[in-house]
Design a binder for this molecule. Structure first.
Ligand code: SF4
Length: 346
């Protein structure tokens, strides 16, 4: 149920304008689960809204699993497709205090076909509506959880579902709705250039991560087919533009895969890509990720600790800001798509 649908229905019923505000407050500030709980409305209006829209959250919880610092929830959409959201509880570090991030999906499955990804192996099922994107967050807030930031890094490539993605950004950030600062949102993309350009225009303060995973076009095109359409240098040009226009940092996600993309030449080429534009290079930050092997796939293996260390040392020698991400969630198959895959086999 989208708030715009509620607005249209209220108009149809001839309700005064302030009713919409009452409903928005109840859903997005008080996080009520049912229309019947909105006690500022008359009983007959509550009944009408319930009859028309049912429960407020359109997603059904099928399964959830928790591990150390991670909780993963499998939802079913109205169309019967499955999606996942992952709540990550980070401990305090020297750089940042303890915080909770929610990783949400924008599609069920994904058509991008990245070979290291469990969601890619599922194939495309559906684009999520803006309501379904936001409902993942509402679920956690409705049960009383605090969420400090939202990462669009679950199932799917956000920028190939652009209209629903951008409507969800409106719902998340509008002052009358969820009122989150755009700086608390982060979109991860495999490099869909039109999507990045639209983000620069419409939501320049939303954070951006480019999932790179190889600095070489020929190699990247083989295991991330999107690279045939949007090549690395072209993506970096638009990332430079994002930095120049917003002065925000850009994050480069780099999953280290044993004997595949963890060599010295890969680290040096990555360094060169970032150093090409000296005006922007200081605002790139590389997130090195240890690979979570997918149970059904044996194409890749996790890099050896020595290779990870050597890779990181090359970045540091060139003063490229980088972090080796906290390694948690392996025990519950935290990589997106893995819970779906496990559940579907039952
Ligand atoms: Fe899709 Fe992202 Fe997985 Fe690639 S990495 S297949 S874009 S979900």
């Amino acid at each position: 149920m989208l708030i715009t649908e509620v607005e249209a229905y209220l108009n149809e019923l001839g309700e005064p304008k302030f009713r919409l505000k009452q409903i928005q407050t109840a859903i997005y500030t008080q996080f009520v689960k049912n229309f019947s709980d909105i006690t500022t409305l008359s009983l007959s209006l509550r009944t009408n809204l319930h009859t028309k829209f049912g429960v407020i959250n359109s997603l059904k919880v099928l399964h959830s699993v928790s591990g150390s610092q991670v909780e993963k929830v499998l939802f079913e959409t109205k169309n019967g497709n499955l999606i996942e959201a992952v709540k990550l509880s980070y401990k305090a570090t020297s750089e940042r205090g303890a915080h909770t991030a929610l990783c949400i999906s924008t599609q069920s499955g994904c058509a991008m076909g990245c070979q290291f990804c469990a969601t890619g192996a599922i194939g495309f099922k559906q684009n999520l509506s803006a309501d379904e994107i936001v409902s993942q967050y509402l679920y956690f807030r409705q049960r009383g959880d605090t969420i400090d930031s939202i990462i669009f890094m679950g199932m799917g490539e956000p920028f190939v579902n652009p209209d629903n993605l951008f409507t969800s950004l409106y719902l998340f950030t509008d002052k009358n709705l969820l009122a989150l600062s755009p700086t608390r949102l982060s979109i991860s993309t495999v490099g869909i250039i039109p999507g990045i350009e639209r983000l620069i225009k419409e939501y320049p303060h939303v954070n951006l991560t480019f999932s790179l995973h190889s600095p070489f076009d020929d190699q990247r095109s083989k295991f991330m087919p999107v690279n045939k359409t949007y090549q690395i240098n072209e993506v970096f040009k638009v990332l430079d533009k994002y930095i120049e226009e917003t002065k925000n940092r850009v994050f480069i996600a780099y999953t280290l895969l044993k004997d595949f993309n963890d060599s010295e030449s890969h680290a040096l080429a990555l360094t060169n890509l970032i150093k090409t534009n000296t005006h922007t290079s200081y605002l790139y930050h590389v997130n090195l990720i240890r690979y979570n092997p997918c149970p059904s796939e044996v194409i890749f293996e996790r890099s050896e600790p020595e290779a990870v260390k050597a890779f990181q040392e090359i970045l540091e020698k060139s003063r490229i800001s980088n972090t080796l991400r906290q390694d948690f969630g392996v025990d519950i198959d935290a990589a997106c798509g893995q819970l779906y895959a496990t559940y579907s086999k039952k």
